[in-house]
Write a protein that binds this ligand. Sequence first.
Ligand code: HEM
Ligand code: HEM
Length: 184
Amino acid sequence: MPPRWGAVSQLFHWTCAALVVALGSIGLYMTELTSPVSKIRIYALHKSLGITLLALVLLRLLWRWTHSVPEPVPGLSRPLRLAAGGVHGALYAMMIAMPLTGWLINSTSGYPLQWFKLINLPSIAAKNEHLNGIAKQLHEFGFWFLALLVLGHVAAALYHHVFLQDGTLNRMLPARRHRPGAMP
Ligand code: HEM
Ligand code: HEM
C-alpha cells in the first residue's frame, strides 16, 4: 500500500471538496434571489456544477476501486478508524444523493436539464407536484446533513494535523520535494 494519496486521488478530493462548498453556497444564495433573469442563470449554473460533481464522484470511486489506497494512519484506535471510514462513506453517499435529489426536483418540476448548455440530460421522473415537494425537502435536509459531515471531517483533519501531528493531512497534500542545491 502506498504511504500517501496519489496525485489523481488528491486532484479528485480537492476538486470535489471545492465543488461541494460552491454548490452549497450557490444553493443557499440562489433561493433568496428575486430577479427572474439572474435566478434562471444561477439555477442553471448550480445544476450544471452539481451534475459535474456527480460525474466526478463516480469517476473518483471507479479510480479508488481500481487503485490501491494508503493504509490507515498508524496508531489510530479501531473505533476511530471505523468512525473515519463511516464519515468518508457517508460523504461519498451524500455527494451522489444530493445531485440525484436535485435532478429529481428538476424532473418533477417538468423543466428540461442541460449541462452547461452543451448536453441535454434526460428526465428521471415525470412531472409530479407531490414528489417535487418530497425531493425539495430531501435536497434541503440532505444539504444540512452533508454540511454537518463536512464540518466534522474538516475538524478531524485539523485535529490530526495540529494535535496528533500524524501526517494525515499531509498525505492528502502534494509532497514537498527537497531538492539539493535549489534556491531557498
Ligand atoms: C452536492 C451537490 C448539491 C448541493 C450541495 C446542493 C445544494 C443546494 C442547496 C443548499 C439548495 C438550497 C436549498 C433550500 O434552501 O431550499 C439547493 C437548491 C436546489 N438545488 Fe441543489 N445542490 C446540489 C446539486 C444539485 C443538482 C445536481 C441539481 C439539479 C440537477 C440541483 C437542483 C436544485 C434546485 C432545483 C434547487 C431549488 C430547490 C427549491 O426551489 O426549493 N442541485 N441545492
Ligand atoms: C478543508 C477541507 C478538507 C480537508 C482539510 C480534508 C482533508 C482530508 C484528508 C486529510 C483526507 C485523508 C484521510 C486519510 O488519509 O485517511 C480526506 C479524505 C476524504 N475526504 Fe476530505 N477534506 C476536506 C474537505 C472535504 C469535502 C468538502 C469532502 C466532500 C464533501 C471530502 C471528502 C473526503 C472523502 C470522501 C475522503 C475519503 C477518501 C477515501 O478514503 O477514498 N473532504 N480529506
